[in-house]
Design a protein around this ligand. Structure first.
Ligand SMILES: Nc1ncnc2c1ncn2[C@@H]1O[C@H](COP(=O)(O)OP(=O)(O)OP(=O)(O)O)[C@@H](O)[C@H]1O
Ligand code: SF4
Ligand SMILES: [Mg+2]
Length: 346
């Protein structure tokens, strides 16, 4: 690891005069999967999103709305159908496989199921050190691997001869995080990193991610369907529905006062954001009805079949993302601009 970054906390190199604060920029990103019979899954349909250096951007939405596909499209795994992913000023979608490979260490991803994403036959220090070997830095293993294992709370001596099946899910997620950090990435995409873990362990892994973010100056894209977790960890949140972003804003403001009908339904159908449980979310989901198929999404606004505020315009015209109040972006023809308490007559 680079000592300077460790000691100075968040990397502020790109915040200098004239330099961009945006580390990752998605422009009109589209991902479609052909599924036979001439049909297509419209998994991601024209996403525009900026990720600012040093922030945690939460990406939240129901199962199947396209969160993981967006994360993988950023990594070019696979390459998106169209649109661009600008990272550190260059468009990843136009890079050759060799150029992409050179950039890969700077963009890392961790996944939901830590145990199955680790090679069961390899010892922990080898799993963590392998990326260094792959990128021709094998001679750094003896120094860097113990350092990063300690950083994620694992004793290098104790794990020296262990393999993944000898660890709990939480410990395996620590190993995954160590493996992702060993190449000193700038951006870490976390796809549901705690949803497979017990609640008590979830908190430990979230704290670890926060610590690692500060220590290594990371930018995090944090994907989850659990609103409570996203609220806890994110600086800003993007809410996705059926392949599109419907609302984007600073976390507290967005949760306290959502302007898109979908976000409002999502937030207000849950009793208390502090005591939220998985059962609460499932109950809220049932109340909102089924999400339409991404093979044949509704015309106009994709949320219109479930939206209490839908009008004819909503089926005719796709709502563009626009700033509906300072710092708050929503894709809706009729955003709700009254504060949540006023509207509910409280
Ligand atoms: N390789 C694929 N081929 C066909 N369809 C796919 C493929 N990958 C994803 N999909 C579909 O794309 C849509 C978005 O999937 P995605 O996994 O991105 O959703 P998600 O928001 O991550 O859901 P979850 O919360 O369940 O992880 C879904 O309808 C899914 O079935
Ligand atoms: S555009 Fe129309 S259907 Fe879509 S969320 Fe807004 S009001 Fe509802
Ligand atoms: Mg997913």
């Amino acid at each position: 690891m680079t000592a300077a970054r460790t000691e100075q906390g968040p990397d502020t190199r790109a915040r200098g005069e004239g330099e961009s604060d945006v580390v990752l920029l998605l422009k009109d990103l589209v991902v479609e999967f052909p599924v036979g019979g001439g049909q297509m899954v419209h998994a991601v349909s024209g996403i525009d999103l900026d990720v600012r250096r040093g922030e945690t951007l939460g990406l939240v939405g129901e199962s199947g709305c396209g969160k993981s596909t967006t994360g993988r499209a950023i990594m070019q795994l696979p390459r998106p159908t169209s649109g661009s992913v600008v990272f550190d000023g260059g468009d990843l979608t136009t890079l050759s496989p060799r150029e992409l490979r050179e950039l890969r260490p700077k963009l890392q991803m961790i996944f939901q199921d830590p145990i199955s994403s680790l090679n069961p036959r390899r010892r922990i220090p080898d799993i963590v050190g392998d990326p260094l070997v792959v990128w021709g830095r094998g001679d750094e293993r003896a120094r860097v691997v113990p350092e990063v294992l300690e950083a994620v709370g694992l004793d290098p001596q104790q794990v020296a001869d262990r393999r993944p099946h000898q660890f709990s899910g939480g410990q395996c997620q620590r190993v995954s995080i160590a493996r992702a950090l060993v190449l000193e990435p700038e951006v870490l995409i976390c796809d549901e990193p705690v949803s497979a873990l017990d609640v008590s362990v979830q908190a430990q892994i979230l704290n670890l991610l926060e610590d690692m973010k500060r220590r290594y100056g990371l930018t995090l894209v944090f994907i989850a369907h659990d609103l409570g977790v996203v609220r806890n960890i994110s600086d800003r949140v993007a809410v996705m529905y059926l392949g599109r972003i419907c609302e984007l804003g600073e976390t507290t403001a967005l949760f306290d006062d959502p302007v898109h009908p979908y976000t409002r339904l999502l937030v207000s159908s849950i009793p208390s954001m502090e005591t939220i449980t998985g059962a609460d979310i499932e109950e809220a989901d049932r109340g909102r009805g089924e999400m339409p198929s991404p093979i044949n999404p509704p015309s106009g606004c994709r949320f219109r079949t479930r939206c209490p505020a839908a009008t004819e315009r909503c089926s005719a015209e796709v709502p563009e993302m626009r700033e509906v109040k300072p710092g708050r972006f929503a894709a809706c023809h009729h955003p709700i601009l009254e504060p949540i308490l006023e509207q509910e007559g409280a």
